[in-house]
Ligand binder design. Sequence first.
Ligand code: HEC
Length: 111
Amino acid sequence: MLALALLSGCDQALPDDADARVRHGQVLMTRYQCGSCHVVPGVAQADGRVGPSLARFGRRSYIAGEVPNRPEALARWIAAPQSVVPGTPMPDMGVPDRDARDMAAYLLSLQ
Ligand code: HEC
């Protein structure tokens, strides 16, 4: 497990349970500066107004009004929004799948 964490290049312990994923996702939201475009509760200086607020996102039925809000779909959206809804104003940011999954876990924890 430790070797895997080191190999992955991530400076955090490898998230191996749901809570750790959520916490890691919260840290990543700051690192990827999602808050420059979104209000995100629990993330410092996340007060952007370019995109919609992500408050209580765990209660949302749809992503971008189009895709049912499920963990896999949300992770896909964060990794490559243009592939989910072509032409969406949210840019592809080159987020790796694993980081996208952890940020999806964080957003879905916002009730
Ligand atoms: C350059 C601005 C910008 C950045 C940076 C950005 N987003 Fe977005 N995001 C948007 C816009 C604009 C939308 C609305 C897209 C639409 O409705 O088609 C959006 C939509 C979303 C949605 C769906 C919101 C809803 O109401 O359905 C989620 C979830 C989301 N972004 C997560 C993220 C995450 C996580 C990050 C960081 C990895 C991020 N965004 C970074 C601009 C941005």
